[in-house]
Every structure is written in C-alpha cells, then in structure tokens.
Design a protein around this ligand. Structure first.
Ligand SMILES: NC(=O)c1ccc[n+]([C@@H]2O[C@H](COP(=O)([O-])OP(=O)(O)OC[C@H]3O[C@@H](n4cnc5c(N)ncnc54)[C@H](O)[C@@H]3O)[C@@H](O)[C@H]2O)c1
Ligand SMILES: [Zn+2]
Length: 334
C-alpha cells in the first residue's frame, strides 16, 4: 500500500520482479485522463485497455472482451494487470486478473474517492449479473494499492460527495475522531490525512477478518436500508446518497432496540450535510418504509421474519456479535 502526492511516478517499483508486460485496465474516462501518464512511468511493454464508463460495464460481456484483448496481447503468466479507476474499474480489472490464466498478479490504482477508501481495499473483485449486483466474483488481492490523491482534482464534485458516504461510514464504525477531522476541513474535499485515516480503518477491519467471517459485517452499516432504497428506486438513487440516509435510519433502529444513545449523531448529521449528502432528502421522494421493509425481508441478510443489521461497537457490537436480527413487527412500528 502506497499513498502520497506524486506516488504514481514510482509505479514501476511496485511491479513484481520479472514482470513480462503490463495491461492497464480502466474505463475510458480515467484512461484518457491518466492512461498515458501511467504508461510514461513504466519502462516495460504496456497496453492500455479501456471500456465504457459506468456500472453497466461491470458484466460478463466486458470481462470476456477484456480477456480476449489480453489473449491478443499475448498474455503470459508473468503479465501484470493494473486496475486504474473507480470501483467499477478495479472490480472488473481485478476479476480479469483473478481469472486470466487462473490468476495473474495485479496492482490497483484507485482514482475515485470511493475506490481509494473502499473498493480497492479488501480483496473483493467481481461483476454484476442478472441476479443482482456483485453476484459473480472472488477474493483476489492485488500485490499493491497505489493511491495518489492528486488524481482527485479531476474527480467531479458529485463523485467526491458520494465517496464521502463511505468515509463517514468508516468513521462512524471504527474511527469517530475522523468525524471531527472532516468537520474541521476547509471544504468538503478530503485531505490526504482523511483519506489515509479512512483507508487505515478499513484495512484494520479487513486484516482482522479477511474472509468476511464476522467483523467485516460492520462495514455494512447503513447498507441494509441503503441497499433497499437503491433497489426500490430502481437504482436511480446513488449508492452514497442511499447509504448516507441508511446510516441515520439504522442508527435510530439500533438506538431503539439497544437503548444505547448514539453519541456521534449530531456530528454525523453535520458531516453529512457538509459532504452534501442530503440531496436525497431535498430532491427525491423517499420510498415508503413499508416498501423498504418488504425488500429487506426478501433480501439475503434477513432470516425468517427478522432483518439483520450491522452492529457497530458504538451500539454494543463486538466479537461474535457484529450483527443483530430485528423482528419485522418491531420494525413496522418504527
Ligand atoms: N470491491 C469492493 O469491495 C467494493 C466496495 C465498494 C464498492 N465497490 C464497487 O465500486 C463501484 C462504484 O465505484 P465508483 O463510485 O468509484 O464508480 P466508478 O468506478 O463508476 O467511478 C465513478 C465515475 O468517476 C469517474 N472517475 C473516477 N476517477 C476519476 C478521476 N480521478 N477523475 C475524473 N473522473 C473519475 C469514472 O470514470 C466514473 O465515471 C460499484 O460497482 C461497487 O459495487 C466495490
Ligand atoms: Zn457502500
């Protein structure tokens, strides 16, 4: 893991010894912005492979197309894949690397805030399918994750705001003083210090629970309700907006069932406002609670007539106790 302004210039030193060639995979926006720069920092044969931007590219067709391009580029076991871009690019590039020739080495160069603090950290790669998001995939760890915060200068404000939802989430579940740091910043654009703190917090949880057997469940804080909101809006509500509201709702649920008051609620609300993550409240009709409950009841995290929520330590979560199942009837009364 390397983080710092200008670290992209040192990309070559993160390549495994004896690398034969490099395939850089990213969407066409990030490739046009950073592809040539990446190439200029590598003395080894490098091909730039791009695909159309957007979630709709994270599918088997694009994976197949990229695999073919690797084959046409005479991929061999010592070839290295660099995943360049936001979470769509790193999820896709990682899955191509994990599956080509039964697994190539790779490096992630995340360029969106969400990519830096979330998607590129934790070893999950994959694709969406007709059965849902991220239904196809595997665990695969890049040899290095190289984060140059300078690339965030070209990231649109909306994407920065959406990425902040995950920074706020990790702060709530594992690093509450990070909320103070976010509040103290002059603008909503995160400083390198904020990015490093968010990455460290996620990395620490992932290292304690690499295969998602327990603690990693807390990373889903805000996501049970958030995911339902996204699905019920037919995916018109962006993930970050949904999670930002989902955290507030899940925290109220956890407060009422645990009797524990959320110490950081006020700070959370102020940080969320600063991150401009209140669009959903201002501009969109929010789905009826009953519709969300119906969706959650049919979702994979629910068991019988109970719905399972992440249980961060501030609500009493701990080893062996990272989630809590709440009766549907109780939720209907809230
Ligand atoms: N693997 C994981 O653990 C994990 C975790 C969270 C999210 N994800 C996945 O991440 C994806 C969302 O990632 P995302 O929000 O980064 O979306 P994205 O990859 O689509 O990027 C958002 C947009 O920003 C553009 N962009 C990225 N970096 C830029 C830059 N520096 N300058 C200008 N434009 C830039 C992209 O071209 C794209 O148009 C989803 O598919 C989600 O499932 C994966
Ligand atoms: Zn998320």
């Amino acid at each position: 893991m390397a983080i710092g302004s200008g670290v992209l210039k040192k990309l070559e030193q993160f390549l495994p010894p004896n690398t034969s060639k490099v395939f850089v995979i990213g969407d066409s926006i990030v490739m046009s912005l950073y592809g040539d720069e990446i190439k200029s920092h590598l003395s080894i044969e490098t091909s730039l492979l791009s695909f159309a931007p957007g979630e709709s590219s994270k599918v088997l067709d694009t994976w197949f197309e990229l695999n073919q391009q690797l084959e046409q580029g005479a991929v061999d076991r010592r070839a290295v894949v660099i995943g360049l871009g936001g979470g769509v690019s790193t999820d896709l590039a990682g899955f191509v690397a994990a599956t080509s020739l039964r697994g190539l080495d790779g490096i992630f160069v995340p360029t969106s805030l969400l990519g830096m603090v979330d998607a590129a950290i934790g070893g999950k790669v994959g694709l969406n399918s007709g059965f849902g998001k991220n239904r196809i995939g595997c665990m695969w760890w890049p040899k290095a994750v190289v984060v140059d915060p300078d690339v965030l200068l070209t990231l649109p404000d909306l994407e920065t705001s959406l990425g902040l939802a995950e920074v706020i989430k990790i702060a709530c579940v594992d690093d509450p003083p990070l909320l103070d740091l976010l509040l103290a910043q002059p603008s909503f654009r995160p400083s390198t210090e904020v990015i490093i703190r968010a990455i460290k917090a996620k990395l620490a949880i992932v290292e304690r629970d690499p295969f998602e057997k327990g603690e990693r469940a807390v990373l889903n804080f805000g996501h049970t309700v958030g995911h339902a909101m996204e699905a019920c809006s037919n995916w018109s509500i962006p993930h970050g907006d949904a999670v930002a509201l989902g955290m507030e709702i899940e925290a109220s649920i956890l407060e009422s069932i645990s009797g524990i008051k959320w110490r950081d609620k006020d700070k959370f609300l102020r940080v969320r406002e600063k991150a401009e993550l209140t669009r959903i409240l201002e501009h969109q009709p929010v789905t009826a609670w009953q519709d969300l409950l119906n969706y959650m009841a049919s979702d994979k995290k629910s068991t019988g007539s109970k719905i399972r929520f992440s249980l961060p330590s501030c609500f009493g979560g701990g080893p062996g106790n990272w989630t809590v199942a709440v009766d549907l009837e109780v939720l209907e009364t809230l």
